[in-house]
Design a protein around this ligand. Sequence first.
Ligand code: FES
Length: 417
Amino acid sequence: MTSLSLLLWIVSAIVLQVAIFLAIGFWHHWRNYQSLRGSLAADLAGPAAPPEPNDVGAAAWTGYRTFRVDRKVVEDAAQSVCSFYLVPEDGEALPPFLPGQFLTFRLELPKVSGDSEQVVRCYSLSDAPRPEAYRVSIKRLPLGRSSNFFHDQVRVGSRLQVRAPAGHFYLDRSDSPVVLIGGGIGITPLLSMLNWCLAEQPGREIWLFYGLRHGCELVMGAALKELAAAHPNFHLHLCYSDPEPADQLPHESSHRGRIDLSLLRLTLPLKPYHFYICGPASLMESLVPALEEWGVPDSRIHFEAFGPASVKPRPAAAGLGAVPAPRRAVEAADIVVTFARSGRQFAWRPGAGSLLEFAETNGVAVDSGCRAGGCGTCQTTIRAGEVVYRQTPDYDPDPGSCLLCVCEPKTSVTLEV
Ligand code: FES
């Protein structure tokens, strides 16, 4: 064999290898493209199938039920997040719930005068449904009376009044890959989704982007890292906005900075994901519009804000008992909202949000808990007029009353508050 023919053989072998490599790459991209196209076509053809409630869509019990704290566990190095394991005092079975739902607590908070004051607060369940106990994980907030009450005064053996799990922010049961995005203590419902998904849909691809300031705030860090090591289809990404030297950056699964679209685009292969986002309002307000601009259909973006967020509200999915707003008999500009006890009256503005947000914007004080129709704290008597619900509440308001956090006026309305 001459040196020329040897050279030709070598070149041919290299060209063949490159061609095979390119063909495999092209085939992978083509498969992703076809899967993405099929999913987008389904989205365009009509509303996506609603998340399928797993036979626990209705409230598991009515009113409040007494639970006992069985265990209390600190979950982060900063000791600012504590988990409470709750068992029903009546010893009856513990109903399951949808991963991502919350519990509503009626608390008796002590006052300086020696009396106590009743407040209602909602906290996300932070674990998959398990027969032995519910778990909530609560962050101590400097001015948070209820969170400080939990941390300082709720102990093993304490009794708590708890409403049934509720909420419409829960994981769908399709086999689409899922991206969970949590900011700060917004991680808690996502932990429930993650644990449920790994247990019940072990083959499903799942990504978790967890935004926090530094490693001391990492909640259940060891458990998350163990899960990532044990499940090849679970991808954990920690995003530190103010990292400390111990956080060992950069690292392939740890990033400096906040979670944003450029990080998602760099990290996620092109696939038809469902996105679940929970965290402070600023996270929603930056990420939700960015995902929409990226081309993610509305039906694949699910979010829940802690505190008020100005992300446009979504109607509840069909099949969840949504009550679509009917055509208005009265133009919005003609609608007047009267807060009777406060003695104040305002012209309704389209896009003002819920009646709760409208009241707060106008300086009318209204008690609220979940802000999602789940706890009943904002229930108010309607003296005159009609309201329309933006989504089906989990709490059944008394006849003649409404839940301000999930409704808006249909006509001019006079409210008791
Ligand atoms: S604040 Fe909970 S139902 Fe309105």
